[in-house]
Design a protein around this ligand. Structure first.
Ligand code: HAM
Length: 422
């Protein structure tokens, strides 16, 4: 029996890769416009890194991490997200000495042992963005505006939901208030919520059960329990979003699945993907760098899920071929094949995307092959054409054909063809 890929692990086939490239190219362009620099971090880290950052009582750490013991008996995890690794690298390499604010992004695969479904995989890809070194509310807004702009520029619609999760000064008292509220209804709640009411009470608000959600309609709102500093910060964030005209909705029930957040938290939601509606999410994590042994610098960031972006874009039919071939060379006979081969190499060195057939197929089959590759032009080079010293350049969209005079010098010839097709 042939070996299949693991459940929740997906091949990204050549037909789909074009869209991935469009999104990545656009994202890099926008990230660079906002002054971000790319950082590449390892896929494997010590398990402890994620336990200490994401939080012991989160779903990710409790039941979703891929962990194993290496040959020396150390516990290793395949990264379930990018933030922890970027911060580890920031501290370990002393990146803070390069300047007080660092803007970093990383793109790559993440691993979570979740139940696979549409838009939810066990290996998925994130574009993850972090700003380290500033607690200014304008940075929160700038980061959200950047995510918003990226979605707009790739032609996707989403709604931005924001919340403030408070800070160590105000969250504990809110947790107590919430815990009292939960305890009054504990018998009506699901087992998960009962457990979370002790380990991580904020997370109960995120419960997917309709029954529990009904119980939480009158739950206390964290926004009403923020300390003055957090409240001012949140107001400033909202004011700046208004100023930029970025639409948002305040959702006091939005809590994130990772424990490191403080103050601003946000999600970009779509209704077009069924249950897995979050195409991106993030927030502020002011104590995290210090907690990991680094300097006391605040941070904020977000990650976008590539698979979900690709799914949305492909639903919109915005396909783009990966190869984007400019030209397919059709040759007939040995002499034409050799000349064509030489011409093809010359065109490639001039920056033209060009392919030809090497299997000696008939002209009809070569044209069939050309149609499959979807080049913009085909150049037909047969013995007759060579004898007449002209070749036919066919526009594959309009079907129009133009005769191009053959030059003895390949460079000249390639240059003429290049100007005709560019
Ligand atoms: P997260 O909400 O866990 O945040 O993930 C961010 C995004 O990754 C989600 O909104 C979703 O689009 C995508 N995603 C997550 N899990 C899956 C999955 N199993 N399959 C497909 N896509 C998925 C974080 O990971 C934080 N590190 C974000 C962040 C950066 N916060 C601050 N900086």
């Amino acid at each position: 029996m042939s070996i299949k890929a693991l459940k929740g692990f997906k091949d990204i086939l050549p037909d789909e890769v074009g869209l991935w490239q469009v999104i990545e190219r656009k994202a890099r362009d926008i990230f660079h416009r906002y002054g971000f620099e790319e950082i590449k971090v390892p896929i494997l880290e010590k398990t402890e890194l994620f336990v200490r950052t994401i939080g012991e009582s989160t779903d990710i750490v409790e039941k979703e991490m891929y962990t194993f013991e290496d040959r020396n008996g150390a516990s290793i995890a395949m990264r379930p997200e990018g933030t922890a690794s970027v911060i580890r690298a920031y501290i370990e390499n002393g990146l803070y000495v390069r300047g007080s604010v660092q803007r970093l992004y990383t793109i790559g695969p993440m691993f979570r042992h979740e139940r696979p479904q549409k838009g939810r995989l066990r290996q998925f890809h994130q574009m993850s963005v972090e700003v380290l070194g500033s607690d200014r509310a304008m940075i929160d807004t700038e980061v959200m505006a950047m995510a918003w702009q990226l979605l707009q520029e790739i032609g996707l619609e989403a709604s931005l939901e924001i919340n403030s999760l408070g800070c160590p000064a105000c969250r504990p008292s809110f947790k107590e208030t919430l815990q009292d509220f939960i305890n009054e209804r504990i018998d009506h709640l699901c087992e998960d919520c009962k457990r979370r009411s002790v380990t991580n009470p904020l997370r109960v608000l995120d419960c997917k059960s309709d029954n529990c959600q009904e119980q939480y309609t009158s739950a206390p709102s964290i926004i009403e329990h923020l300390c003055e500093v957090c409240s001012d910060h949140f107001n400033e964030v909202k004011g700046a979003l208004n100023l930029l005209g970025v639409p948002y909705r305040v959702n006091p029930a939005m809590v994130r699945g990772l424990d490191y957040y403080t103050r601003t938290a946000f999600e970009l939601i779509t209704t077009e993907l069924g249950a897995q509606g979050a195409i991106g999410a993030g927030g502020r994590y002011d104590g995290l760098v210090k907690q990991l042994g680094g300097p006391d610098v605040p941070g904020i960031g977000f990650a976008l899920g590539m698979e979900r972006l690709v799914m949305l874009l492909s639903q919109k039919d915005a396909h783009e071929s990966q190869s984007g071939l400019d030209l397919f060379l059709v040759t007939l006979g040995e002499v034409a094949y050799e000349k064509g081969f030489h011409l093809m190499q010359m065109l490639r060195s001039l920056g033209v995307r060009v392919m030809m057939d090497h299997e000696g197929r008939s002209m009809k089959n070569q044209m069939k092959q050309a149609n499959k590759q979807k080049p913009r032009f085909a150049l037909i080079l047969g013995e007759d054409e060579l004898a007449k010293r002209e070749v036919a350049l066919k526009d594959m969209d309009s079907g129009e054909q133009e005769l191009v005079e053959l030059a003895t010098d390949f460079e000249n010839w390639a240059n003429v063809i290049k100007t005709k097709i560019k």
